[in-house]
Design a protein around this ligand. Structure first.
Ligand SMILES: [Zn+2]
Ligand SMILES: [Zn+2]
Length: 152
């Protein structure tokens, strides 16, 4: 986990003044791999800095995203999630438990930098399916679940 000194440096490098709410939000996101929503960030930050208001957490999230310190992600549920992992990577959305997981960049690296002559500036790939945990549970349950419709 990154120290507050490292996180403060990251804020300054991106032109942001270091404030306690910014540090608390960035710390929460840097420690999380679950791509939390604004509400989840707010709940986590309020455990650390009980005075942080909803508005200030939201403002901080926007300023971090504007500064390029965190990425805003929107998947099928149309909820904005936040990601402090700035390394190139893709995402996997579990269709069962709805978790959003990181997938290694090499899993779907672009084959060409100029497909059809277009210049690619960024690539985002979303994999969908069962996460490793849900896939294990589905396998353990055997084919029974597949043969009988859910709820019968
Ligand atoms: Zn899952
Ligand atoms: Zn991610």
């Amino acid at each position: 986990m990154e120290s507050r000194t490292d996180l403060s440096r990251r804020l300054r490098e991106h032109g942001l003044r270091v404030t306690l709410p910014r540090l608390a939000v960035l710390e929460c996101l840097a420690a999380s791999k679950s791509h939390p929503t604004a509400e989840e960030v707010e709940a986590a930050v309020n455990r650390a800095v009980p005075t942080a208001s909803r508005a200030s957490v939201y403002n901080v999230l926007h300023s971090l995203a504007d500064a390029g310190l965190v990425e805003e992600l929107v998947f099928d549920d149309a909820v904005t999630r936040y990601d402090a992992n700035l390394q190139r990577h893709h995402h996997f959305v579990c269709t069962r438990c709805r978790r959003v997981l990181d997938v290694d960049w090499s899993a779907a690296a672009p084959l060409s930098a100029r497909p059809g002559g277009h210049v690619v500036e960024s690539v985002s790939v979303t994999f969908r399916g069962l996460c490793a945990e849900c896939a294990r549970q589905a396998e353990a349950a055997g084919g029974a679940a597949r043969r009988s419709p859910i709820g019968t």
